[in-house]
Write a protein that binds this ligand. Structure first.
Ligand SMILES: C[S@@+](CC[C@H](N)C(=O)[O-])C[C@H]1O[C@@H](n2cnc3c(N)ncnc32)[C@H](O)[C@@H]1O
Length: 252
C-alpha cells in the first residue's frame, strides 16, 4: 500500500452492518471504550463507519461523540445515528486544531490506513497532553466452530502480517505514544453460515480482496471458499462468541 492508499469502505457500506454485527457490536465495544476514555473533554472517533460504535459510546458516556471517515456512504448511515456531527476526513490529515481532542477512538481502522505511522502522528497532534488514543485492532478470543477450522486469515495470507501489538509498538513509540494498557471488549455474538461467507468471499466483499488480481484470489481465497461449501449443512448459521483487543495509548 502507498501512503495515500487507504481502504475506503464505500463499496462495503451496503452490507457493513449486516455482516459485522451492526448495533449489537457497538453495545459490546462501548463499556471497554468508556472505561478508558479521558474523564472529560471532546471524544472523536476516526474511521467511524456507520456510527455503530459511536452511538453506543455516546449512550454510555452521556456526551457527544464526533465522527470522521473517508467513506461518504458509511457516513450516510452514521449521520442517521449521530446527527450532523460527522464528516468526511482522512485520519492521516485531520482538519482539527492541535491538542483539541481528549479521547480519540479508532476501531478497526489502523490496518486500513495507507500509512499507519502517519495516522499515529496525526492522532498525537490532535490529542491533548493528558488525553488518550483507544485502538481496537484485533480479535481476541473467538469460540471455535467447524467452519473456523477451514477459515483462513486472508489479510495475513495476502499481505503477510505479524501480530498487531508487534506492529503497533514501534510506530506508536516513534509517533510519541506509549501503550499503557491492553483490555478486551465485552463478548460479541454473531451468527454466520459457511455458505454466506463463501458467497461474500467469492463476490470479493472482503477488505483483503477488494483489489486483488485473479491469480491472488485463486491462490489465497478459492480453496477456503471450496472448503466452506463442502462443510455439512453449509447454509446453517453457526453462532460465534468473541472479544476484541483494545490498546490504550497515552502521550509520552
Ligand atoms: C472496518 S470499518 C470500522 C468502522 C467502525 N469504526 C466500526 O468499528 O464499526 C473501517 C472504517 O475506516 C474507514 N477508513 C479507512 N481508511 C481511512 C482513513 N485514512 N481515514 C478515515 N477513515 C478511514 C473506512 O472507510 C471504514 O469506514
Amino acid at each position: 500500500m502507498t501512503a495515500d492508499a487507504s481502504i475506503s469502505f464505500d463499496r462495503l457500506a451496503h452490507c457493513y452492518d449486516a455482516t459485522r454485527g451492526g448495533l449489537a457490536r457497538g453495545v459490546a465495544f462501548a463499556p471497554a471504550l468508556a472505561r478508558w476514555c479521558a474523564p472529560n473533554g471532546p471524544v472523536l472517533e476516526v474511521g467511524v463507519g456507520t456510527g455503530a460504535i459511536a452511538v453506543a459510546l455516546r449512550g454510555q458516556l452521556g456526551r457527544a461523540v464526533v465522527g470522521l471517515d473517508l467513506a461518504p456512504a458509511m457516513l450516510a448511515v452514521a449521520r442517521e445515528r449521530l446527527g450532523p456531527c460527522v464528516g468526511v476526513a482522512d485520519v492521516q490529515q485531520l482538519s482539527v486544531p492541535d491538542a483539541a481532542v481528549a479521547t480519540l477512538v479508532a476501531s478497526w481502522v489502523l490496518h486500513l490506513v495507507g500509512d499507519p505511522a502517519a495516522m499515529l502522528r496525526e492522532c498525537r497532534r490532535v490529542v491533548r497532553g493528558d488525553g488518550r488514543l483507544l485502538l481496537v485492532s484485533a480479535r481476541g478470543e473467538v469460540s471455535a466452530q467447524d467452519m473456523d477450522a477451514v477459515m483462513r486469515d486472508l489479510t495475513e495470507e495476502i499481505r503477510g502480517r505479524a501480530d498487531v501489538r508487534e506492529r503497533l509498538e514501534p510506530i506508536a513509540s516513534a509517533a510519541g505514544w506509549t501503550i499503557v494498557a491492553e483490555d478486551l471488549t465485552d463478548e460479541e455474538r454473531w451468527a454466520d453460515s459457511p455458505a454466506a461467507i463463501a458467497d461474500r468471499t467469492e463476490a470479493r466483499l472482503r477488505v483483503a480482496l477488494l483489489d486483488v488480481d485473479d491469480e491472488t484470489y485463486d491462490r489465497c481465497a478459492r480453496p477456503m471458499v471450496e472448503a466452506l461449501r463442502a462443510l455439512p449443512d453449509p447454509t446453517r448459521p453457526r453462532e460465534h462468541v468473541g472479544r476484541h483487543r483494545l490498546f490504550v495509548l497515552e502521550p509520552q
